[in-house]
Design a binder for this molecule. Structure first.
Ligand code: PYC
Length: 341
C-alpha cells in the first residue's frame, strides 16, 4: 500500500448526521486561537478538508471535526469543524459527535453519571456534558456560545427564486453560524422531502440574495460574515415544537436538527417574546430526529454600537459511533482533494 497522507478517524452520526472525528494525521494547525487556526486552515490547508469530506471518501452532505490541542488553558480539546460547505465556526451536531467519540474511545477521563468536556471551538468555549451509563455515552448536552437575533421579519428581494423573482420575509439569527429563518408556507413550498430539490434551490437563492445585498457580520468573531444556512420552518411549528428543513450551501440538508440552527431559532423566539429562559424547545429535523434546546441565561456580545443582547443556549442530543478507519492518499490518486458531484 502506498500513502502520502494517512488520517485516523472515528466516524459517528448525531441524530442521523455524520461527523467524521479526525484523531490523527493533520498535525497542529498554526494559530494562537482556534479561530486563527480555522482561518489559516481555510487559506492554506483546505485540500485536507476536501480530501476528508468530498467523494469518494465522503459524500455531498459529509461533515467532520479535526481534533487539536486546545489553545486556551481552560479547555480539554480544540476542535476544527469541516464539512462540504467549508469550515464552520461552530457545529452542534459535530460537537455532540466529538464528545461521544471522546468518551467512547477513552480519549478523556470518563466519569459516571456525567463526563464534562471543555471544547475550544473557533466560536468560543463550548462545554459538553456527556451522560455516561455503563461506560457508554448516552446523550450529550452542550452549552453553546452566545446566540442572538440580528433581524426580525425583514423583507428580502430574491431575484433567483425558483419560478421567478420574489420578496421573501425572513428573520436572521446567530447560534454559532448565521441562520436565515423563512416560513415554508410564505414561499409556497411543502414540508416534504419529495420536494427537496426545489426547497434547496430556494434556499440557495435566498442565501445568494442575502449575502449580496445585506450580509451579516459577527461583532467579535473574525471571518463570520455570511449566511450559508436557511432554516425553512414547517407549518404548525411553534415555540415548543418546531420542524424544519435546513438548507445549506452548496446544496444539501442537515440530517440532524442542527445544534447551531436550534440555538439561532431559540434566540429568534426569545427576541419575539415567545420563548422564556428555562423552557424546553424541541426542534425536529427534515428526517424527523430531534434535539431539545433550552435558553439558560442572558448575555451580551460585542461592544459599543456592535453590542447585542444575547442568550446562552443548551442543546441535548445523541450520537453513535459508526466506524473507525484510516483514510489514505495514494500519491498516484488522480483526485487528491476528492470531488463533488
Ligand atoms: O448541528 O450546528 C449544527 C450543524 C451545522 C451544520 C450542520 N449541522
Amino acid at each position: 500500500m502506498r500513502a502520502s497522507r494517512v488520517f485516523a478517524a472515528v466516524d459517528s452520526h448525531t441524530e442521523g448526521m455524520p461527523t467524521r472525528v479526525v484523531t490523527g494525521g493533520v498535525g497542529v494547525i498554526p494559530g494562537a486561537t482556534m479561530n486563527e487556526r480555522r482561518l489559516h486552515f481555510m487559506a492554506e490547508m483546505d485540500g485536507v478538508r476536501q480530501l476528508l469530506v468530498n467523494e469518494p471518501r465522503g459524500h455531498a452532505a459529509m461533515s467532520g471535526a479535526i481534533l487539536q490541542p486546545p489553545t486556551r488553558p481552560d479547555a480539554d480539546w480544540g476542535v476544527l469543524y469541516i464539512e462540504v460547505s467549508g469550515c464552520l465556526p461552530m457545529c452542534g451536531h459535530g460537537t455532540i459527535g466529538v464528545a461521544t467519540v471522546l468518551v467512547e474511545t477513552g480519549m478523556v477521563t470518563v466519569t459516571e453519571p456525567e463526563t464534562v468536556i471543555r471544547l475550544d471551538t473557533p466560536a468560543g468555549l463550548v462545554v459538553a456534558r456527556v451522560a455516561v451509563r455503563d461506560g457508554h455515552a448516552d446523550g450529550v448536552t452542550l452549552e453553546n456560545v452566545p446566540s442572538f437575533c440580528d433581524r426580525l421579519d425583514e423583507v428580502l428581494h430574491v431575484p433567483g427564486f425558483p419560478g421567478g423573482a420574489r420578496d421573501v420575509r425572513y428573520s436572521l439569527a446567530f447560534g454559532g453560524n448565521f441562520y436565515a429563518m423563512v416560513d415554508l408556507d410564505d414561499v409556497g413550498l411543502p414540508f416534504d422531502r419529495a420536494h427537496q430539490y426545489k426547497i434547496s434551490e430556494a434556499g440557495l437563492a435566498i442565501m445568494d440574495a442575502l449575502n449580496t445585498s445585506a450580509p451579516p457580520h459577527h461583532p467579535t468573531i473574525d471571518g463570520v460574515d455570511h449566511c450559508h444556512h436557511v432554516e425553512f420552518i414547517a407549518p404548525g411549528s411553534d415555540a415548543r415544537l418546531s420542524r424544519h428543513a435546513m438548507a445549506i450551501h452548496p446544496g444539501w440538508f442537515d440530517r440532524s436538527p442542527c445544534g447551531t440552527g436550534t440555538s439561532a431559532r431559540m434566540a429568534e423566539l426569545w427576541a419575539r417574546g415567545e420563548l422564556a429562559l428555562g423552557e424546553d424547545f424541541v426542534n425536529e429535523s427534515f428526517i424527523g430526529s430531534r434535539f431539545t434546546g433550552r435558553l439558560v441565561a442572558e448575555a451580551t456580545v460585542g461592544e459599543g454600537e456592535q453590542r447585542r443582547r444575547a442568550v446562552l443556549p443548551t442543546i441535548t442530543g445523541r450520537a453513535w459511533v459508526t466506524g473507525m478507519g484510516q483514510y489514505l492518499l495514494d500519491p498516484t490518486d488522480p483526485f487528491p482533494t476528492g470531488f463533488t458531484f
